[in-house]
Ligand binder design. Structure first.
Ligand SMILES: [Mn+2]
Length: 547
């Protein structure tokens, strides 16, 4: 993961930001400089979506933050221990993997608890007695496994340990008062009379210790009485010491009050929690609660910073969240330089051109890398978008020249393609009349008159036609509620410098007089009108005052 370099445009991404990220990533990967991955910081707008679809390029992945997360750290991705595991196996795995603690999970991988060395020591020293196997509901398989035992006879009725552990070293007479039904009897392998006594007592399990050859007589007696019998190579002392390690880890682990981290938690949060708690290590779970491993204090320091290249912006406020924690490797931008600061040196490319993609197209040339058609299409889209089809005052000759070169590669006419892109980008299709009207709506008091004016930038006037009747009804209602003399909606086409006006309310003639037009079914075209503040409000004010 660490060798990935994100290439990111600004927040609220526009076409330049998205296309610059894609094109520059392509160039960087082509010249083998980085393993570059284009990202976006927000939803793709309709215009950009049109460009991406037109050239069959996938939208970059959404990057929410470059804050370091737990998943970026080098934590221990341990084998997860299941709850049935014997203490003996768990302990040897912990030693083998040098773990101070181990997360225990259920059959679905969900965290149940944490097993630590101190849990085990505490149990040994304080709590465990001859009844511990019973209390822990220890499966009989655990006992067999832990004692490396040979099964001589196993009763179908024996699944978990139900009794007390005894080392039967006394005579039958003395044992009489102690041994009870279901108990576990650990005895030397050659005591046939004692075994007879034990099966009379209905013990649950007879454990024959030592390397004695098993007496067939003993096996027969047990079988006849349906009493399970196993033999272990360990001597009686070791057997009594080991048998306790058959406990399932579930019984020993810490269950409640666990401090865990999600892979999605930020390192900042993790540091905070760690400084207020005193555990050696903490379980790490993924977003589904599945155990992934454990993390210890010393592993937090080693985390690597995420690497990023900024395109079409350099100001911190416009950059991805957590930028202060990331390594900025480069910038390509055509905006002012604001609050920019880095720890190390970097490639910083800023030029006063109309579009970032103009700079990137120049870089393709400088690096002598051929521009594929779809990348040319995206860069062209960005230049057309940023320069409003070369009409913006920020547009330079360089932008125009490069745009035409790109258009040649693509095989389109910039004006024709640009109009189609703007039309798709400003389409109102799919929005409610209320949404459309309230995008940018203001109320004005002019003398005694009241006026409401909404303005929406769109080049898709035809696309609006099906909404017209509903919109006029909405505006009529609004005019009544607000006691407007007139309610106005301007659909403004910035590129062609004109607006389509829609009028409702009791005094539509205000608009007719203001612009010397005739309303045809509440609608008229206002050529040259694009500014509400500078053109519409003054004209309406005059018309009201002259009435
Ligand atoms: Mn730009």
């Amino acid at each position: 993961m660490s060798d990935i370099v994100y290439v990111s445009g600004h927040k609220n991404p526009d076409t330049d930001s998205v296309c610059a990220a894609i094109s520059y990533s392509y160039l960087l990967n082509k010249i083998g400089k980085y393993n570059a991955v284009p990202v976006r910081l927000g939803e793709i707008n309709r215009e950009t979506e049109y460009a991406l679809k037109h050239f069959h390029v996938e939208s970059p992945v959404l990057l929410k933050s470059v804050k370091q997360k737990v998943e970026d750290l080098d934590y221990d991705k341990v084998t997860v221990f299941s709850k049935e595991l014997t203490l003996k196996t768990a302990w040897s795995l912990m030693k083998e993997q040098n773990l101070k603690s181990a997360p225990i999970s259920d059959d679905h991988g969900k965290l149940l608890g944490l097993l630590s060395a101190s849990n085990i020591i505490e149990g040994y020293m304080d709590k465990w007695d001859s009844e511990v196997l019973k209390k822990a509901h220890t499966p009989i398989e655990n006992v067999i496994d832990t004692l490396a035992a040979n099964v001589l006879y196993l009763s179908k009725n024996l699944t978990t340990v139900e009794g007390t552990i005894h080392i039967v070293s006394m005579s039958e007479k003395n044992a009489d008062g102690y041994i009870e039904e279901n108990d576990i009897a650990i005895i030397g392998g050659d005591r046939v009379d004692m075994v007879r006594f034990l099966v009379e007592k209905k013990v649950g399990l007879v454990v024959l210790t030592g390397a004695f050859a098993v007496d067939e007589e003993i096996v027969k007696i047990c079988k006849d009485h349906d009493v399970s019998v196993i033999s272990t190579p360990y001597n009686t002392f070791v057997t009594s010491q080991q048998i306790i390690q058959a406990i399932p880890v579930e019984y020993v682990m810490q269950k409640g009050g666990l401090t865990t981290f999600s892979t999605d938690d930020t390192v900042e949060y993790l540091r905070d929690v760690m400084s207020n708690t005193r555990y050696r290590s903490y379980p790490v779970v993924d977003l589904n609660g599945k155990v992934q491993g454990t993390i210890s204090r010393y592993q937090v320091i080693r985390g690597e910073k995420k690497k990023i290249i900024l395109v079409d912006h350099n100001e911190r406020g416009q950059a991805v969240d957590g930028i202060e924690e990331a390594d900025i490797l480069g910038v390509v931008d055509h905006h002012r330089i604001a609050d920019f600061q880095t720890v190390g040196p970097l490639n910083f490319r800023a030029e006063p051109l109309g579009c970032t993609c103009t700079i990137i197209a120049k870089m393709f040339e400088e690096e002598d890398v051929e521009i594929p058609r779809e990348i040319a299409g995206l860069m062209l889209s960005a230049i057309i978008s940023d320069t409003l089809l070369f009409r913006s005052p920020t547009c330079t000759n360089v932008d125009r020249k490069i745009a035409y070169k790109l258009a040649d590669i693509v095989g389109v006419e910039p004006a024709e393609y640009g109009m189609a892109m703007f039309k798709a980008g400003t389409s109102l299709v799919g929005k409610s009349v209320e949404e459309i009207f309230n995008q940018d709506y203001k109320k004005f008091n002019i003398g005694e008159a009241k006026v409401g004016i909404a303005q929406v930038n769109t080049m898709d006037i035809e696309g609006f036609a099906p909404y017209k009747a509903d919109m006029l009804a909405y505006m009529e209602n609004l005019a009544q509620e607000n006691k407007f003399d007139v309610a106005i909606l301007l659909l403004t086409d910035v590129i062609n410098a004109s607006s389509e006006v829609f009028v409702a309310g009791p005094r539509p003639e205000i608009v007719e007089n203001a612009f010397r037009v005739h309303l045809d079914d509440h609608q008229a075209n206002l050529a040259g009108v694009i500014s509400r503040k500078k053109q519409v409000v003054p004209a309406v004010t005059n018309a009201i005052n002259e009435a």
